[in-house]
Write a protein that binds this ligand. Structure first.
Ligand SMILES: [Zn+2]
Length: 266
């Protein structure tokens, strides 16, 4: 039985393969064993398609419904990460309602190395539909901006249906500095790769930045966790893009490359 150090504080347990000790089989050197490609197989990513079931998320113009758009992006992302060799789990793979605390609980149970929640944003009013645009990435932190506060308020709405939630100050006080820093780093890598990919064909896409916010869905995650707002479905141009299959492919490709880049630093 082999016990292989994975990342700080965690180990994976495996069984020795009799073939690997055979004189006819090439033995891996320690540098090969530590190569990023062999590491990938040990990394687990949980993808969370936002909303689902009775929780539609943002809706615009009759046919643009967040829960369907984000499930489509999440499914494409799963395929791309699996093609790169990562182990991938989804909090939902159909139109099902999943309570917010259950999503990070699922990631903790799977011992995930990354938790990524996929969403699409909406402008606060009809008047501001042309103004609000851009791809944004959020990580959980007590510090926040006005735009982050608005986004969090929308995404958090479903949380208040039940009584099973912490107070805001309670959960923010439990956040470690290390987790905030790691989630921020993950956010920067994902944002950079996502923008590079979508801008290769959709040059006018706005960089909405990587920002701290307090989304309930990220609360409780024991691993670096981010929430991606893939664009504003209320913006005429971005809403059209989010219904475009090729655009969603590029988004997924960028997110996968960002995750790969972040994990390659480990
Ligand atoms: Zn959402």
């Amino acid at each position: 039985m082999l016990i292989i150090p994975l990342i700080a504080g965690r180990y994976v347990v495996g069984f020795s393969d009799s073939k690997s000790s055979s004189p006819h089989t090439k033995k891996l050197t320690s540098s090969e064993e530590n190569s990023s490609s062999s590491k990938k197989y040990r990394y687990r990513v949980v993808i969370d398609a936002g909303h689902g079931g009775k929780d539609t998320g943002a809706i615009c113009c009759d046919n643009k419904i967040e829960k369907f758009i984000v499930l489509s992006v999440a499914s494409k992302l799963k395929k791309k990460l699996e093609a790169k060799g990562f182990k991938v789990y989804m909090t939902r793979d159909d139109d099902t309602f999943v309570k917010l605390p259950k999503r990070t609980e699922f990631a903790n149970n799977k011992k995930a190395d990354i938790f990524i929640s996929i969403h699409a944003n909406a402008a606060p009013s009809k008047k501001t539909r042309d103004i609000f645009k851009g791809i944004e990435v959020y990580y959980l932190s007590p510090a926040k901006t006005k735009r982050a506060e608005d986004a969090a308020e929308k995404e958090n709405a479903v949380m208040f249906e039940g009584k099973d939630f912490y107070t805001k100050n309670e959960y923010l006080s439990l956040l470690s500095r290390e987790k905030i820093v790691e989630s921020h780093k993950l956010g920067l890598d994902v944002s950079a790769k996502m923008l590079k990919n979508v801008r290769s064909k959709f040059s006018s896409i706005v960089n909405g930045g990587v920002k701290p916010a307090n989304f309930w869905v990220l609360v409780g995650a024991q691993m670096p966790a981010i929430l991606v707002e893939t664009g504003y479905i209320t913006n005429p141009k971005e809403g059209k893009n989010l219904m475009n299959n090729y655009y969603k492919e590029l988004l997924a490709k960028g997110i996968a490359e960002g995750i790969e880049r972040y994990l390659s630093h480990k």
